[in-house]
Design a protein around this ligand. Structure first.
Ligand code: ZN
Length: 211
């Protein structure tokens, strides 16, 4: 059996088991999705949103990219955010990074990863620049990288709050709350590191007053 055929076989077993547990499972899920959460996580294969939060299909709307970035010119992310916030009306947006993130480590080096990856990782280099003093004071390389993971999550939460999508929804509906979390690959535990409740005052520079 070819490796990808194992996936298709696994899918049949999974679907069969779901039907044994709950014969209406797929009928019900195919009718509608009303997730309460938008998850913006890292593409890393070891951080699957549903599995590590013990949730089921239908409970979390998911977007993933390298190092869980919120880039204000990323049409893909903004379309997901707009759909989740404006149409699905999620109550919480979660940015979930993870310790040991390869994207974060790569951005902290001087290696040329060639144009496309360089473009993406540049956003993380900017996070480093904003926090250069704190980071250079951490001598241990792993600890420094772990702190950068936390600071990156915090910056991405700020980036969410800078969008008109979030600001308009905060003004009109007092939601969603924004959460910055970090998942530990070594223990499987998620650590909340930052939070912005709906309506939190942000830097006036980024505020829109004619929403
Ligand atoms: Zn990662």
């Amino acid at each position: 059996m070819k490796p990808y055929e194992i996936l298709l076989k696994g899918n049949k077993v999974w679907a069969g088991n779901k039907l044994i547990e709950d014969p209406d499972y797929f009928d019900r899920l195919s009718q509608l999705q009303t997730p309460e959460f938008l998850w913006i996580g890292c593409s890393d294969s070891r951080v699957p949103a549903n599995e590590i939060t013990g949730t089921q299909p239908g409970e979390i709307f998911v977007h993933r990219n390298v190092a869980n970035l919120v880039v204000n010119t990323d049409v893909n992310l903004l379309a997901v955010l707009d759909y989740a916030v404006t149409h699905l009306k999620v109550k919480h947006v979660i940015i979930c990074g993870h310790y040991g993130c390869g994207g974060i480590k790569a951005a902290a080096t001087k290696t040329d990863f060639k144009p496309v990856l360089n473009m993406w990782l540049r956003n993380i280099k900017d996070v480093i620049r904003h926090h250069i003093e704190e980071l250079t004071n951490i001598e241990d390389e792993e600890q420094r990288s772990d702190r950068l993971v936390e600071l990156n999550v915090q910056e991405q939460v700020y980036n969410l709050a800078k969008t008109t999508i979030i600001q308009r929804c905060w003004k009109e509906e007092q939601r969603p709350d924004l959460h910055g979390w970090v998942y530990g690959l070594k223990d499987g535990i998620i650590k909340p590191v930052f939070e912005m409740k709906a309506g939190t005052q942000i830097d006036a520079l980024y505020e829109y007053d004619n929403l």
